[in-house]
Design a protein around this ligand. Structure first.
Ligand SMILES: NC(=O)c1ccc[n+]([C@@H]2O[C@H](COP(=O)([O-])OP(=O)(O)OC[C@H]3O[C@@H](n4cnc5c(N)ncnc54)[C@H](O)[C@@H]3O)[C@@H](O)[C@H]2O)c1
Length: 313
């Protein structure tokens, strides 16, 4: 089937990854339908050209909305680890019950394929680095909710033959990375504060190491999930296979901004792993390779935040 004939759905389309994915798919000539309750994401982030539905994934209303979709990316989730630790019940309600509702709606509407967003949080308790897809050690409520979603995804494949691919994103960053949260992800938090001449906070020692992947590289893989049938029934880590400490990230951002401001060290946040590092052998075997290194990715992120957040505010 040609790319132009494909209709793609995205839950969580107003969020960071969903809105970037929608941009990319529209550029490539796909038709895009998007679903989001705007609890975290904002309407202005949904690109023009997306058929947008403001809807909660927990509602039965979604059963009527997925008809005719060739592929559905299920990205909507409650996903700030600290918030999930505060409210395990809502975490389960959105990430487990909501996810099952999405799979059920996809089955009823005969959606061709579902791509489900899992997370590197599934490896929180692992000390095997780089971590292969087989090494499941979830700890936090967020991670446990993703594990439950994974188990339902497998059951929908087993009993209903729903075609699926599961993706375990490591730290995705780039334009629109959620900078509105109480505690934004490190990169946006550092960039915003330093651009404003304020002192950013580092939670913990700054020695935690993270594998960060630029959102365009993740989208390269998303497109493969639509086009390459070898991805059916499989699970893939999406990282770079290289990690950096939080302090190294800080220093790179400060260097790019010419800032000498020192961070304010605060107590560690609950539930976060000390290190992560992706084993990307499986994704590489399909011919995928991350293209954007940390320096370039941060340069582009700074440009976005300077233009859209700090100057535009
Ligand atoms: N960003 C990362 O580094 C990362 C890493 C691992 C996994 N993930 C996963 O990738 C997916 C997308 O992450 P993101 O960074 O774009 O997050 P995000 O918070 O920017 O976007 C999630 C979107 O889902 C929407 N949403 C939440 N609850 C909903 C509900 N009940 N009904 C409808 N919409 C709802 C929010 O409004 C938001 O727009 C999530 O499933 C997340 O767990 C992200």
């Amino acid at each position: 089937m040609s790319a132009r004939a494909k209709r793609i759905g995205i839950t969580g389309v107003a969020g960071f990854i969903g809105s970037n994915l929608a941009d990319r798919l529209l550029r490539e000539g796909y038709e895009v339908a998007g679903f989001d309750n705007l609890s975290y994401g904002v309407r202005e982030q949904v690109p023009d050209g997306v058929a947008f539905h403001r809807v909660d994934i927990r509602e039965r209303e979604i059963y009527d909305l997925f008809g005719g979709l060739d592929v559905l990316f299920h990205l909507a989730a409650k996903n700030c680890i600290a918030d999930c630790q505060e409210d395990p019940l809502e975490t389960s309600d959105i990430n487990v019950t909501g996810t099952v509702n999405v799979f059920e709606a996809a089955r009823r509407a005969d959606v061709g394929k579902v791509v489900y967003a899992e997370s590197s949080a599934l490896y929180e308790g692992s000390t095997t680095m780089p971590t292969p897809e087989s090494e499941l050690r979830p700890q936090s409520f967020y991670a446990v909710s993703k594990l439950a979603g994974m188990a339902f995804a497998q059951a929908y494949q087993r009993f209903f033959g729903l075609r699926m691919t599961a993706l375990r994103y490591f730290g995705v960053y780039g334009p629109r990375q959620d900078y509105r949260r109480t505690i934004p992800p490190v990169m946006s938090a550092f960039i915003i504060k330093l651009l404003r001449g304020e002192r950013p906070s580092i939670y913990g020692s700054g020695n935690k190491r993270r594998d960060f992947i630029y959102v365009d590289d993740v989208n390269d893989f998303h497109v493969r999930c639509i086009e390459d049938e070898r991805t059916d029934g499989e699970v893939y880590n999406l990282g770079t296979g290289v990690n950096y400490s939080v302090r190294e990230i800080y220093d790179e951002i400060a260097a790019q901004l010419g800032s000498t401001i020192e961070p304010d060290y605060r107590p560690d946040l609950p539930g976060e792993a000390q290190a992560n590092l992706a084993d990307i052998t499986a994704a590489r075997a399909l011919g995928w390779e991350p293209q954007v290194d940390l320096r370039e990715g941060l340069r582009r992120s700074i440009e976005f935040i300077r233009r859209e957040v700090v100057t535009g505010a």
